[in-house]
Design a protein around this ligand. Structure first.
Ligand SMILES: O=C(O)CCC(=O)C(=O)O
Ligand SMILES: [Fe+2]
Length: 313
């Protein structure tokens, strides 16, 4: 079976406010979201040097001794460090035989009541927080800049999502996949779809990410320099009554060396109700309406053992 071509969307003309670029780029986005759910963006405005700095900060975090990492162990709101095999992908419909994920990750948040204080940051890594937050800023800006594209892709006014996403729930995740020889049904991260509205995943020099197409086949996501992989998450899938795909994906590290990933997950405001968007309401709703906050709590409780143990929904 031929690998699907993952479309490359050039955001340059749109971000430069060229006439017609919003509608033209949004039309491409709509097609991608309805057929494959994954795309690559280039000319997105995030400096390559900043992406490198963020990858380096991720490596630096994970190079610390375990006790330093455990000093910022994740809280029930999922901010902090989740150790190797500390997460199990349970929310996914496509991975019934759950085994813990062969990765460790540091999760960051920064908005609203969710932001967490200085205790959430590693004490022994000068400059880490600054780099992470600079990277976070850049992705916050890119995510906001992309909202009109998603609105136009759905035939909505360009400003539709702005008031629904002006206090967004976001996560920046610094993941380390150590080299591993995987047993049956073991993964760096098991097959899943993301909880997000959309996810921005900085291009990884170490391959390992695969996506599953609608016919059930798995394919490598190609490595394109200076790009971000963008995938639709479950929030937009629900919002569009399934019209925009939330494509399953998984990752391995078979490189022999470490593999890092630095995904950014963008969700609407905590109190934004995920019901059916205008124009997506022709069929009866396939999913119960839920606020983003309730949805995220459910998602965390499914997948993170320490959250389950804390009994925090
Ligand atoms: O490691 C990767 O490339 C993807 C990670 C991922 O899918 C996630 O963290 O949700
Ligand atoms: Fe993912």
């Amino acid at each position: 079976m031929a690998a699907p071509a993952i479309p490359v969307l050039d955001l340059g003309p749109y971000l430069a406010h060229e006439p017609g670029a919003l509608q033209a780029t949004a039309a491409e986005l709509r097609h991608v979201c309805e057929t494959i759910g994954f795309l690559t963006i280039v000319n997105h405005g995030v400096p390559a040097a900043l992406v490198e700095e963020a990858f380096a900060a991720c490596a630096r975090f994970h190079a610390q001794p375990l006790d330093a990492k455990l000093a910022v162990k994740a809280n029930p709101q999922l901010q902090g460090y989740v150790p190797l095999r500390g997460s199990t992908t349970r929310h996914s419909r496509i991975n019934p035989d759950n085994k813990p994920n062969e990765n460790e990750a540091f999760f960051m948040k920064r908005t609203g009541a969710d932001a967490g204080g200085p205790e959430c940051w590693p004490a022994g890594l000068p400059g880490f927080r600054e780099v992470a937050l600079r990277y976070y800023d850049a992705l916050d800006a890119l995510a906001q800049a992309m909202l009109p594209l998603y609105a136009a892709a759905l035939g909505l006014p360009a400003g539709h999502f702005a008031p629904l996403c002006d206090r967004p729930l976001t996560n920046l995740r610094f993941t380390h996949y150590p080299p591993c020889s995987y047993g049956a049904n073991e993964f760096g991260i098991a097959p899943h779809s993301d909880s997000s509205f959309f996810t921005l995943l900085a291009q990884n020099k170490v391959p390992g990410l695969q996506l599953r197409t609608t016919d059930g086949a798995w394919f490598d996501v190609p490595v394109i320099p200076d790009s971000f992989v963008v995938n639709t998450g479950d929030v937009l899938h629900r919002w569009t009554n399934g019209r925009f795909l939330s494509t399953p994906h998984r990752a391995f590290n078979t490189s022999g060396g470490p593999r890092y990933a630095i995904p950014y997950f963008f969700h609407p405001n905590p109190d934004t109700l995920i019901d059916l968007l205008p124009g997506c309401d022709a069929e009866p709703p396939r999913f119960p309406a839920m606020t983003t906050g309730a949805y995220m709590a459910w998602f965390r409780n499914q997948n993170y053992d320490h959250v389950r143990k804390a009994g925090a929904a």
